[in-house]
Design a protein around this ligand. Structure first.
Ligand code: ZN
Length: 122
């Protein structure tokens, strides 16, 4: 596998996050990775919240950047981190929306992360 593009972009149209499946809205910053593998080229767009979680869980679970986030990966991370992390897991399950459907801004997610996770993501 060869990584052709590994960058952040500002969305000009809406895209599906390949991690949480929510719609990335125009104006949001997302992570774009384009890879060539076995004669095919694929693009993966990750919303800012999921990209943050990829960084946060990577240290504990030997999660590699080219892999997808799995529900059990975030759940296992949350179960070892306590109540605030379990609330983040609930946000993930709702595609980063509250029970009324209001999106969780990325900077708010960062305030909810346990301190040691923030240090890892910095
Ligand atoms: Zn996402």
């Amino acid at each position: 596998m060869t990584i052709l593009t590994d960058t952040f972009r500002k969305a000009r149209k809406s895209w599906n996050c390949h991690e949480c499946r929510r719609r990335i809205q125009p104006g949001e910053t997302y992570h774009l990775q384009t890879v060539a593998d076995s004669g095919t080229i694929a693009s993966y767009r990750t919303c800012g919240q999921c990209q943050e979680m990829r960084l946060v869980v990577s240290d504990d679970f030997e999660f590699h950047g080219e892999e997808f986030l799995l529900d059990e990966t975030i759940r296992d991370w949350a179960e070892t981190r306590g109540a605030s992390a379990m609330r983040i897991y609930a946000w993930w399950r709702r595609q980063w929306r509250d029970r009324c459907g209001v999106p969780l801004p990325l900077d708010r997610l960062r305030t909810l992360l346990p301190d040691e996770a923030l240090a890892l993501a910095a």
